[in-house]
Ligand binder design. Structure first.
Ligand code: AMP
Length: 209
């Protein structure tokens, strides 16, 4: 299965991607994670990307498309979940031009004000990238349940940056919903307060409850 997850920053794409990945045994390709790894490793791409990411803006299409194309060509016909790509119409067109046939595009719908509240509680594992929320999806202790590493707050999760990222989402990423609706592969679910409830809706939308 080749699947795209759409949704505003903080809608729960990363958390749902982890669950879909386990159920269908396919990897998640998260452009945000790849870019953060590039920053951590001090690469040229990472340095360029950081300028945009810290401001809540999209990294330019040409940088992201080249990076994703390498990952996808390595996967060939094997399935995957794309979390955070495409994020603009030119990126979606680039995906089409790569000759990739998608099974579904799943949009997780959450109101902006809920997102702002959620982001302030988000915690991310500094090593494996697993995501938690202090209220909605707390870790068992102070560290990551999966690998035991320290949890941290992402640099771009402060309220002003979150609001900037939401306006970027509405202006540049949301038009992808009608792009994929026209292709007949868009399915939407409401991102509920409880993560498990959203997961149930996600599996139902993917055709297997
Ligand atoms: P995410 O972890 O998906 O929320 O992404 C964090 C940040 O990485 C975004 O706010 C963008 O600055 C950048 N980013 C991730 N994916 C993309 C993409 N497909 N196109 C442009 N920028 C991206």
């Amino acid at each position: 299965m080749k699947l795209i997850l759409l949704g505003a920053p903080g809608a729960g794409k990363g958390t749902q991607a982890e669950r879909i990945s386990k159920k269908y045994n396919i990897p998640t390709i998260s452009t945000g994670e790849i870019l953060r790894t590039q920053i951590k490793n001090g690469t040229e791409l990472g340095a360029k990307a950081k300028e945009y990411m810290d401001k809540g803006q999209l990294v330019p299409d040409n940088l992201v498309i080249g990076m994703v194309a390498d990952f996808l060509s390595a996967r060939g016909n094997e399935g995957y979940i794309l979390d955070g790509f495409p994020r603009s119409i030119p990126q979606a067109e680039a995906l089409d031009a790569m000759g990739i046939t998608l099974d579904k595009v799943l949009s997780i719908e959450v109101p902006d004000e809920t997102i702002v509240e959620r982001m302030s509680g988000r915690r991310v594992c500094s090593k494996c990238g697993a995501t938690y929320h202090t209220k909605y999806n707390p870790p068992k202790g102070d560290c990551c349940d999966a690998c035991g590493s320290a949890l941290k707050i992402r640099d771009d999760d402060n309220e002003a940056t979150v609001r900037d990222r939401l306006s970027v989402y509405h202006a540049q990423t949301e038009p992808l919903k009608s792009f994929y609706e026209k292709k007949g592969i868009l399915v939407s679910v409401v991102g509920c307060e409880k993560v498990d409830d959203t997961t149930a809706l996600v599996f139902e939308a993917l055709g297997e409850a």
